[in-house]
Design a protein around this ligand. Structure first.
Ligand code: FAD
Length: 460
């Protein structure tokens, strides 16, 4: 996923002491109560949001216990070391907008090496595999301008509709050739569906791009996001493989049951993905209030999947960051990143998002690689070699994620992310990228949501 403008190819203030509330008993199975009068917070999920919340609270003097369902930290940031000489991010890869982005500061503090990539440093190949010539590029730009206009008009309209509905209604009055149609589908896929993870049919024309971005370029972390995650997690007590099944906030504190035991705290922060909340994997007692349930149902969760292919040597333009393909088959292998320019590795990363991304999860690895290679052969010739290895994600079928990130779906409304974030009865709090109105769907959004939830408790 890359952040670029639509249609143009705390220091933590943590002075709050912990001494102001009467100490409630805080018991975790097999543990003693919180020492002294320190209040205890349970944090569900050790992604960037949960870890940021935990860090914020610990710095404010709270006792914290993070409960994480996986056997690792980081959630949807996950650096694979399957290729020891080439650590690869299977979830988030980029710090999007390095200027003013809190993750840039964290990365620097952790001594992480960053490498900028440029979304405009892209080679674009047509459906027949040849690079677009000047006429082709001009036509693509014209269609892009048209698309921008159509979306602008839809956003001024009286009623919300899906991006697809807006585009199809406007396209009825145009004479489009097959080639134009393919370009239009390419643009919808690369600019909207990869960016927001929902399909054009699902994205709200009103709200899909109602987010903000930091300035500056996009940077990869050469050793992966793990560097930030590990540095953030330093000193935070995290219990791994604790799959939370229920959260009881009916009493004066919160009781959380996992597959392994029962934990109690004065407060809890739930930072699991929106997809997990949608699936009802965690039972809340009492049930979550209606407007939070409505937000959970109405906001969307989509897919962006990755397929890394490692080759013996580079056979593509090594100076390119992005290799784009206008596919014959809608939404298939539209976007590729070459890691060669940034890292020197002979590795290509292919993406599939939204409907196509979800569909492909049911394919075998062999089928996915064969399909990727068919596209690459079209672009670079029948003689290119087979990859020496591959790594593939399936975020939709990952029970701890149930999708890649959230989007503003048709039927959702602006305030719903605030409803998702709203604390309940001063004891149950919510974090995670989906609770972030301005920066949803991003790693920095997740981080900022965790800091916000931590502060909500520490200010009490
Ligand atoms: C393929 C992909 C590419 C992306 N690319 C980028 C990018 O380049 N740049 C960017 O800024 N963002 C990107 N993102 C988005 C970014 O990764 C996420 O927005 C962010 O990591 C979400 O963090 P979080 O803490 O909100 O959720 P998560 O990281 O998902 O953390 C939630 C945690 O809760 C745990 N959990 C779930 N259920 C339970 C349970 N029942 N009990 C206990 N624990 C549970 C999970 O295991 C997880 O660790 C990408 C995401 C994906 C999937």
């Amino acid at each position: 996923m890359r952040r670029r403008e639509f249609l143009r190819l705390a220091g933590l203030a943590l002075a709050v002491g912990a001494a102001n509330a009467a100490c409630r008993t805080a018991l975790a199975m097999g543990e003693s109560s919180a020492p002294g009068d320190r209040r205890r917070v349970l944090v569900v999920g050790a992604g960037l949001a949960g870890l940021a919340a935990a860090k914020t609270l610990m710095q404010a003097g709270f006792e914290v216990q993070v409960l994480e369902g996986r056997g690792r930290l980081g959630g949807r940031t996950w650096t694979s070391t399957h290729w020891p000489d080439a650590p690869l991010d299977m979830g988030a890869s980029w710090i999007h907008g390095t200027r003013g982005n809190p993750l840039t500061e964290l990365a620097e503090a952790a001594g992480a090496e960053l490498a900028e990539t440029d979304a405009e440093n892209a080679w674009i190949y047509g459906p027949d595999g040849t690079e677009l010539d000047e006429d082709g590029e001009e036509r693509l730009e014209e269609i892009q301008d048209w698309l921008e206009e159509v979306i602008g008009e839809a956003q001024d309209g009286d009623e919300d509709q899906s991006v697809r509905a807006a585009v199809e209604a406007a396209a009825r009055d145009e004479v489009y050739s097959t080639a134009d149609r393919q370009m239009l589908e390419f643009l919808l896929n690369t600019i909207l569906e990869h960016e927001y993870s929902g399909s054009a049919e699902q994205l709200s024309a009103y709200w899909f791009d109602d987010d903000e971005a930091f300035g500056g370029g996009d940077a990869l972390l050469l050793e992966g996001y793990q560097r930030i995650v590990d540095s953030l997690a330093e000193g935070i007590p995290v219990a791994l493989n604790e799959v939370v099944q229920s959260v009881d906030w009916s009493g004066s504190g919160v009781v959380v049951k996992t597959n392994r035991g029962t934990y109690s705290g004065d407060y809890a922060i739930v930072s699991v993905p929106l997809g997990v909340l949608k699936a009802g994997d965690i039972q809340f007692t009492p049930a979550l209030p209606a407007r939070k349930r409505t937000a959970i149902e109405a906001l969307g969760v989509g897919v962006l999947n990755k397929c890394y292919l490692r080759f013996e040597e580079v056979f593509w333009p090594a100076e390119a960051d992005w290799l784009q393909h206008i596919p014959v088959e809608r939404g298939e292998w539209t976007d590729w990143v070459s890691l060669t320019n940034a890292t020197g590795w002979p590795v290509l990363l292919g993406f599939n998002a939204a409907d196509k991304g979800r569909e492909m999860e049911s394919w075998t690895d062999t089928q996915i690689v064969a399909s990727a290679m068919q596209t690459l052969r079209r672009m670079f010739g029948a003689g290119i070699p087979e990859p020496v290895d591959f790594q593939i994600t399936r975020w939709w079928n990952d029970p701890m994620a149930r999708g890649s990130y959230s989007f503003n779906a048709l039927g959702s409304e602006l305030g719903m992310r605030d409803h998702l974030a709203e604390p309940l009865e001063g004891r149950l709090f919510f974090a995670g990228e989906a609770t972030e109105r301005k920066y949803f769907g991003t790693a920095h959004g997740a981080y900022l949501s965790g800091v916000r939830a931590g502060r909500e408790i520490s200010r009490r």
